[in-house]
Design a protein around this ligand. Structure first.
Ligand code: FAD
Length: 348
């Protein structure tokens, strides 16, 4: 079999690159072994503001300008709904935080998103004595449903192979890369934390961080917006909410833990006062990089091997943009964004 490209890994990165290939009439096959869960468990939130400090997310506007049409196109292609828009309400802890909110909202880069009318409405079960700041232009991508549907779409086209990519079975000749019975001109590795097993890219400085989430059912919590306090409470509909997430730099397993659950419950109880039941808990490892920028680019010794990784805590917003940039680099020779290009880690 001859294809233009092989993709290894079908999380948000692999999916975004697959769409880019398909949009440009390139043939490809995907290898996916379900060894990582980050994209499947993610909260799926997109939000242009870092709500701890009220500063803009790196390249937020450019990323959103690309991401929102990107997900709309997938909704049309797969005939599904994945993008749920709602505002985010940031609970203020003090008057000082309110003042910081107003100062930040004055900045032209943030003013489109930050509402300067403080939310004073009392919502049943939400403890917010100092009010809340409202962020516009936020929402959630149902990443699990999107990826599940996209996989079925590719299965029906014989473009999805459920197996672990075996690096030892890959060889190269002067023209192509050979993997078992497949001949291709490019292999794009999108393995998330799985990158650490990849002999071609494992030396890149990933600083992965495990995250856990719980899903709760709270029949008296009448909110249709995302609440941000010490954790996110993300509305899923029918009084179900995702609550998260933890950050753990030591534990590298995908197992859910009692400690993770307890941490989330303690934080949740500090600002939610209605009864709820926990219906689910999940965990994944975010492929975060030392300098908090993506890992995009070609292998320094073999330009047929490339990487799309390091999406960190914000894969939903970043994936569409970096996939487009890597595609343009491989097939049109366009330069990569130096902040994402893995050559920033090459030693002189
Ligand atoms: C708890 C939690 C909450 C999060 N919340 C948000 C959020 O609200 N908003 C947001 O934008 N981001 C969020 N993130 C971050 C987001 O999930 C990541 O940025 C994103 O999922 C990374 O996507 P990826 O495709 O690079 O990696 P992954 O999702 O890890 O995908 C890599 C894929 O490669 C496969 N794979 C690996 N090695 C191989 C191999 N050798 N052969 C075959 N297949 C292989 C894996 O099975 C996996 O499917 C969250 C993450 C976590 C853990």
């Amino acid at each position: 079999m001859k294809v233009d490209c092989v993709i290894v890994g079908f999380g948000l990165a692999g999916m975004a690159f697959a769409k880019e290939l398909e949009d440009n009439n390139k043939t490809f096959i995907v290898f996916e072994d379900t060894s990582q869960t980050s994209s499947n468990v993610a909260g799926g939130v997109y939000n242009p503001i870092i709500l701890k400090r009220f500063t803009p997310v790196w390249q937020a506007k450019d990323q959103l300008d690309m991401a929102l049409p990107f997900y709309r196109e997938i909704e049309e292609k797969l005939n599904g709904i994945y993008d749920y828009t709602f505002p985010t309400h940031r609970i203020f802890k003090s008057i000082e935080e309110q003042n910081n909110w107003f100062s930040a909202a004055d900045r032209s880069i943030l003013s489109d998103y930050m509402d300067t009318n403080i939310v004073r409405t009392k919502y049943n079960g939400v403890l917010s004595p100092e009010g809340m700041g409202r962020v516009k232009g936020t929402g959630r991508i149902d990443t699990k449903k999107l990826l599940d549907d996209y996989k079925i779409y590719l299965e029906n086209r014989n473009q999805m192979e459920y197996s672990t990519f075996d690096y030892d079975a890959m060889t190269t000749n002067e023209v192509n890369v050979i993997y078992k019975s497949i001949e291709t001109s490019n292999v794009v590795f999108c393995e998330g934390y799985g990158m650490l097993k990849n002999p071609y890219f494992r030396d890149l400085p990933m600083n992965e961080v495990k995250g856990e989430l719980i899903t709760i059912h709270a029949p008296d919590l009448e909110v249709d917006f995302l609440i941000k306090s010490s954790v996110f409470v993300i509305p899923l509909g029918n009084y179900y909410f995702k609550v998260g997430a933890t950050f753990n730099w030591k534990d590298k397993t995908l197992l859910t833990t009692d400690a993770g659950k307890l941490e989330l419950l303690n934080k949740l109880d500090s600002f939610i006062s209605v009864p709820y039941t926990v219906v689910k808990q999940s965990a994944g490892i975010r492929p975060t990089v030392k300098d908090r920028r993506p890992l995009v680019g070609l292998h320094s010794d073999d330009c047929r091997l490339s990487i799309l990784n390091g999406l960190g805590t914000r894969g939903v917003m970043i994936a569409p943009k970096v996939a487009k940039e890597l595609f343009a680099h491989i097939y049109n020779g366009s330069p990569l964004d130096p902040e994402s290009d893995i050559s920033r880690f090459l030693k002189d």
